[in-house]
Ligand binder design. Structure first.
Ligand code: 13P
Ligand code: SF4
Length: 349
């Protein structure tokens, strides 16, 4: 018998969904609708909420939305998690997002559909190496992008996301504070150009945004003269220079809605189109090109790690309560200071 038929008719006097599912390792939810129904029931039983990033599969974003969870950029994901009373958070994104949730919410159980979802920025900024870099500049404050490990956050004076990075560096620059910025060199150089702050940059980049190519983008812009160009600041400098709006994922969605242009050329992971199109159904969305000189792929504007989240591993995680994010308590306490500083700074903007 299909276990989901049971699920639909369960009431308080019947066994819980989780007991039914645990009695058999086979979760035979076949259709998307069955899977979403099952996730909804499991979330209620476990007192859990889903927090998903815009780059995850639209099905994952949809289930987060309709179950009272959250779909947003990395700052809003962190804020949402910190404001929840639920006992458990399921973070559908990449590992640093799960760790940020744990850093801010030690009392909650933080699970992820997979623990293998990494981020090239995090991977290319190991804490011991960053420490050596910092030792060269003892008179500087260390500001790290949220796309870093808990160990790196624990070393930092400040954590920041792309949505408030320019504002934070402006604030520090006004106080004549000199900065070490890690890990994203493109975001770092964009902020440095915008603020004129004294910044030493770590050398890492996002493998997804690195692929956007200015020469092909220029060609596309000539073919679509009426289009606005929206660019995430993890993109290379010559791509950023062609943008009408540069911003975090949430800021790009807002710009798509607010700008008068009907067409938008978008230089960020194309899964953002799900929410962008919902926010502005009348707009025509065009992927910025990733093919051209120096490109390693064609139209690969897609984060392979974010794509590892799906309805099946969400169900499995909810049933088995596996893939729990654990952060050493000493590291967590230190990382809390720099991460919570970001949350407080954002409150005052
Ligand atoms: P946002 O904070 O803009 O969502 O960026 C996170 C990220 O990883 C972009 O690649
Ligand atoms: Fe990291 Fe880039 Fe993926 Fe964002 S898109 S999670 S920066 S690899």
């Amino acid at each position: 018998m299909n276990k989901l038929n049971n699920v639909k008719f369960v009431n308080e006097s019947f066994p819980k969904t989780i007991d039914i599912l645990n009695s058999s390792p086979v979760y035979d939810a076949k259709t998307k609708e069955d899977k979403i129904n099952l996730i909804e029931r499991l979330l209620k039983e476990k007192d859990a909420k889903i927090i998903a990033h815009y780059y995850t599969h639209p099905d994952v974003q949809e289930v987060a939305e309709i179950t009272g969870g959250n779909v947003s950029d990395s700052l809003e994901m962190a804020k949402f998690g910190a404001n929840q009373s639920s006992k458990m958070l399921i973070v559908a994104g990449v590992r640093f997002m799960g760790e940020t949730a744990k850093i801010l919410n030690p009392e909650k159980k933080i699970l992820m559909p997979t623990l293998e979802a990494e981020c090239s920025l995090d991977l290319n900024c190991p804490a011991p190496d960053l420490n050596k870099f910092r030792e060269k500049y003892p008179d500087r404050q260390l500001v790290v992008y949220a796309n870093t490990s808990a160990e790196v956050k624990a070393m930092a004076d400040w954590v920041v996301t792309s949505s408030i990075a320019v504002k934070l560096i402006e604030h520090l620059n006004k106080k004549n504070i000199k900065i070490i910025w890690a890990p994203d060199k493109h975001l770092g150089s964009y902020i440095k150009d915008k603020t004129n702050a004294d910044m030493k940059l770590w050398n890492a980049s996002c493998i997804v945004h690195e692929e956007f190519k200015a020469s092909s983008l220029l060609k596309l812009m000539k073919e679509n003269k009426d289009a606005a160009v929206l660019v995430h600041p993890e993109s290379p400098k010559n791509v950023i220079e062609l943008a009408d709006v540069v911003g975090s994922t949430s800021q790009l969605i807002k710009a798509c809605k607010d700008l008068p242009n009907k067409k938008m050329i978008v230089a960020t992971d194309n899964r953002i189109f799900y929410k962008m199109q919902k926010a502005a159904p009348e707009k025509v969305l065009i992927e910025a090109p990733t093919g051209g000189k120096g490109a390693t792929c064609i139209s690969c504007a897609h984060c392979p790690w974010m794509a590892m989240n799906n309805l099946d591993n969400l169900i499995e995680t909810l049933v088995q309560e596996n893939n729990e994010i654990k952060v050493d308590e000493e590291i967590r306490k230190k990382a809390f200071i720099s991460t919570n500083r970001m949350i407080d700074f954002a409150k005052n903007l």
